[in-house]
Design a protein around this ligand. Structure first.
Ligand code: AKG
Ligand code: FE2
Length: 344
């Protein structure tokens, strides 16, 4: 498990992508001025008029895009920097040190390596990315090295957890659910948090490989920050868009459990990470889900309003397990399997 980073830094200059990475990519994406931007500070300290406008805007962002750029979110820049530093130190450690985290079971709390997936024609390929994934809540796990990782991660997971709960409360309001309904039903006090650091080295043929192919995330809300190198693309009404975000913003996407809970109102956005041939891209991702034990189905008041449930309920841990063990890039996604077709 030498990893893509080692491969890209070896003394042999790579001109072509080795065949195991080959993935037929359709990298075309446009820029858009309409990707929603949400000012978090107006939710917490705006006047009532400002606040109700942000709530409206937030509801629209979740329903139409399943994605928004969060600014003035209150997480100090230094806390984000600390995460990039710790992740860089981790990826820079010798292979022997990282080897202990090579995945043995899909549910191991700390994993690192690179990832093989199957494309739609059942052909296996490797992603142009090294990753580190850690379960950080309700149980906190952390590699012993590098030393700086533990404190940075404890702090960042706590801050993002608070932010996730505040945003979910606001989203609950956009769904016109009673205050506390989502908190209680999904037991957000013990919300599940998965931390991931993604390392995408420069790629000699960026359109012959991919960082992460199109997928949706399994939780409620995913937070992503990156080192200033673009690469995230999202799908909207069938077209792909580049996400160009202001410095220090957090990219937030609505994920599968929120689509299910909202009975289809919030959209779990399809997204992918593309490569470039110049710069290493690093992304720091926190996936926030319901409590692992929560049974997630459409919220009852919404089912009553709609006259039907559009998704089947499932325990969240089972959902994660299904997604981890079945390649979602091949055939029906787990989310599609949960949908109840309209009887017409
Ligand atoms: O690095 C990115 O831009 C995308 C990461 C991502 O989608 C994920 O980790 O689920
Ligand atoms: Fe993702």
């Amino acid at each position: 498990m030498a990893g893509v980073k080692v491969l890209s830094e070896s003394s042999v200059v790579l001109k072509f992508v080795p065949s195991k990475f080959n993935f037929v990519n359709e990298p075309t994406a446009s820029n858009s001025d309409s990707i929603p931007i949400i000012d978090f500070s107006l939710l917490t300290s705006g006047n009532p008029d400002q606040r109700s406008k942000v709530i409206q805007h937030l509801g629209k962002a979740c329903q139409e895009w399943g994605f928004f750029i969060l600014v003035n979110h209150g997480i100090p820049e230094n806390d984000m920097k600390a995460m990039f530093e710790a992740a860089t130190e981790f990826f820079n450690m010798p292979a022997e040190e990282k080897q202990q985290y090579e995945p043995k079971n899909a549910s191991d709390p700390i994993k690192c390596g690179n990832f093989n997936v199957k494309d739609t024609s059942n052909h296996t390929f490797t992603l142009w990315r090294d990753y580190l994934k850690i379960y950080v809540h309700p149980e906190f796990h952390c590699p012993l090295k590098p030393d700086i990782l533990r404190e940075a991660l404890l702090n960042y997971s706590e801050r993002t957890r608070k932010l996730a709960r505040a945003l979910l409360e606001a989203i609950s309001e956009t769904l016109e659910l009673e205050k506390g309904y989502m908190e209680e039903n999904l037991n957000l006090e013990s919300l599940f948090q998965l931390f991931a650091a993604n390392w995408y080295p420069p790629c000699p043929q960026p359109d012959r490989a991919i960082g992460i192919p199109p997928h949706t995330d399994h939780g409620l809300l995913t937070f992503l920050i990156h080192n200033g190198v673009a690469g995230l693309q999202i799908q909207h009404n069938g077209d792909w868009f580049n996400v160009n975000s202001p410095q220090n913003s957090i990219l937030v996407n609505t994920a599968d459990q929120l689509e299910i809970f909202s009975n289809g109102r919030c959209k779990s956005v399809m997204h992918r990470a593309v490569l470039n041939n110049e710069k290493t891209r690093i992304s720091i991702v926190v996936a926030n889900g319901p409590s692992p034990d929560a049974i997630v189905g459409p919220a009852q008041p919404l089912v009553a309003r709609d006259g039907r449930a559009s998704y089947l309920p499932m325990k969240y841990t089972e959902y994660i397990e299904k997604q981890l063990t079945k390649s979602q890039f091949n055939g029906k996604t787990i989310l599609e399997q949960m949908m109840i077709q309209d009887e017409k």
